[in-house]
Write a protein that binds this ligand. Structure first.
Ligand SMILES: Cc1cc2nc3c(=O)[nH]c(=O)nc-3n(C[C@H](O)[C@H](O)[C@H](O)COP(=O)(O)OP(=O)(O)OC[C@H]3O[C@@H](n4cnc5c(N)ncnc54)[C@H](O)[C@@H]3O)c2cc1C
Length: 518
């Protein structure tokens, strides 16, 4: 027999390894020995009150063995001789499009401008240490896409867009911890993601797919509104039938190419701002009501904040407890920051993007002449400003949080996890008013919501500009570009995803759409 239960466990109780069995037996009024196993279905922390409670949803197996297999079967078959679907980009959208093609009996041929996960590391080191950005291999480009050297947070609000559980199970199938199946806020961690990505690559190759790294797509050959071939950076033309375009939100050359070819694009609203970094112990103290070190059974505390300022959302984005700020620019001459964290989230800092909504119809009048690329140009200007203010390298401009809000240049800065280094700069006046002044009000409001958050011990670091795509590549109900037959815009670059899981789900959907009638 299997019984599902909700259990509440205190931190003191959690120290006992058999606490779930004991509590289950009590709740069901049965003998402990009759319980053959307790499977955790969901786990979350309730830290609203001083006494912290762990909430568990469990399945209790009574005189019955726990099943070992997952709910999902991934039925991969040899597709080496099957019809091809070309996929541009090997981020979460491209990877999951390729896996789904294999399940459906089609051969994915993937073209990825960046390097494989191992070789990519060298280029990340070059950004951090030498301030040199390889424009094809960096924190956004390369095997696994922008998701590889990220936090690997797997939250999504796109629950209606696909089967989230299926993506999670597939990540576990490819080596992610099965803890992601139960945590309320699952994440994998930057140290574990490359192995998962490599395993996905190996599955694709094993079943007859093809993957070409360091192969940038530079042109589309279109006749009679049908995609005929794609051109690669070495000049080679590759004939194609169906193409899934999963190049992510940073592939500006793709947006420029489509724009130049007069292929319809739309400007899309997005958000930009800064990354704020606190010592982790300050966030722990606020969230767990503790002084000094947090309880050893608790992971680094996170937060999620939102405030309406002048009818505009100011909110935290991609919060990384126990993490690092990383340089996420894709070209030299620009500075972009983002965040990641290892699986244990044991670094000394807590960082989060704090961003302001930018409405492309209302806010970017000066950029109207760029048409569909107006948001992109605005974003680019901000990143160039950060490059100059940082000192013309990957050093990022920064300010103490309180100085930023009070409009003062910081005489010195707090220690930071950002490896290329920080330069004190007056971000309060350098950022466009639309962003700077709303952020300053937002931070004050956040200080009211979380006592201790508004502190001179935190830095704001500029700029957090790649939260989502400023451009949308339209598609019809068949997920095909309305103007170009055979082109399936996909994932975050198309404007159809906002994170790893939603990009992966969109990849699956595009694969299902691309095979129709082939
Ligand atoms: C540092 C960092 C941390 C992040 N943390 C998280 C997180 O914790 N959780 C989360 O959900 N999201 C996170 N994100 C966002 C997440 O990574 C993206 O939402 C997701 O990767 C989008 O997937 P995608 O496949 O659509 O695009 P991408 O991941 O951007 O992949 C696009 C791929 O296309 C390739 N490409 C581009 N142009 C071409 C071309 N012309 N020819 C061939 N290939 C090309 C690129 O090299 C890239 O590999 C983070 C992003 C960054 C940068």
């Amino acid at each position: 027999m299997i019984e599902e239960l909700q259990l509440r466990v205190t931190l003191k109780e959690e120290e006992r390894s058999d606490i779930l069995v004991i509590k289950s037996a009590q709740a069901l009024n049965i003998d402990k020995e009759d319980i053959t196993g307790v499977k955790v279905l969901r786990k979350s922390i309730d830290a609203r009150k001083a006494k912290i409670i762990l909430n568990y949803k469990v399945a209790v197996y009574i005189r019955e063995m726990l099943p070992k297999t997952s709910d999902y079967k991934f039925d991969y078959k040899d597709v080496s001789k099957e019809k091809a679907i070309h996929i541009i980009g090997f981020g979460p959208a491209g990877m999951y499009a390729a896996l789904r093609c294999i399940e459906l009996g089609f051969k994915p041929i993937v073209l990825e401008r960046g390097k494989n996960v191992q070789d990519r590391r060298r280029d990340l080191r070059a950004i951090n240490q030498d301030h040199f950005v390889n424009e094809d291999s960096n924190y956004c480009f390369g095997e696994g896409g922008a998701g590889t050297y990220s936090d690997g947070k797997l939250y999504t609000r796109s629950l209606k867009r696909g089967d989230v559980r299926r993506i999670f199970e597939n990540l576990v199938f490819h080596g992610a911890t099965d803890q992601i199946l139960v945590d309320a806020h699952p994440h994998i961690g930057t140290n574990k993601l490359p192995k998962v990505v490599q395993n996905i690559r190996e599955t694709i190759l094993k079943y007859g797919g093809e993957i070409y790294f360091e192969t940038r797509v530079t042109d589309f050959i279109i006749k009679n509104n049908k995609l005929q071939a794609i051109q690669l950076q070495n000049g080679e033309e590759m004939p194609v039938n169906r193409v899934i375009l999963a190049t992510g939100h940073s592939a500006r050359d793709i947006f420029y190419l489509l724009h130049k070819k007069e292929i319809a694009l739309e400007a899309k609203s997005f958000a930009m701002g800064v990354r704020v970094e606190h010592p982790q112990h300050i966030i722990d103290a606020i969230q767990y009501h503790c002084e000094g070190k947090r309880h050893e059974l608790l992971s680094a505390a996170s937060y999620s904040l939102v405030q309406q300022v002048n009818d505009r959302g100011v909110y935290s984005f991609c919060m990384c407890p126990g993490g690092f700020i990383v340089p996420a620019a894709t070209t030299n001459g620009e500075v972009v920051v983002n965040g990641m964290s290892p699986s244990k989230r044991n670094n000394l800092f807590a960082n989060s993007g704090i961003v302001v909504e930018i409405n492309v119809d209302r806010d970017l009048h000066k950029y109207e002449h760029f048409g569909a690329l107006k948001g992109l140009e605005y974003q680019k200007n901000l990143e160039k400003m950060a490059f100059t203010a940082g000192g013309r390298s990957q050093v990022a401009p920064a300010q103490r949080l309180t100085d930023f809000v009070e409009g003062k240049l910081s005489t010195d800065l707090n220690p930071s996890s950002y490896q290329p280094g920080l330069n004190s700069a007056p971000l309060h006046s350098l950022l466009p008013k639309l962003i700077g002044s709303n952020l300053r009000k937002g931070f004050q409001a956040f200080g009211q919501k979380m006592k201790g958050y508004y502190t001179s011990e935190a830095n704001v670091v500029g700029v957090e500009s790649r939260t989502s795509s400023p451009v949308c590549i339209p598609r019809n109900e068949k997920l095909e570009h309305p103007q170009i037959q055979g082109l399936f815009p996909c994932g975050e670059g198309g404007g159809y995803a906002g994170g790893i899981v939603s990009a992966a789900m969109d990849g699956e959907r595009c694969a299902e759409a691309a095979i129709v009638g082939l």
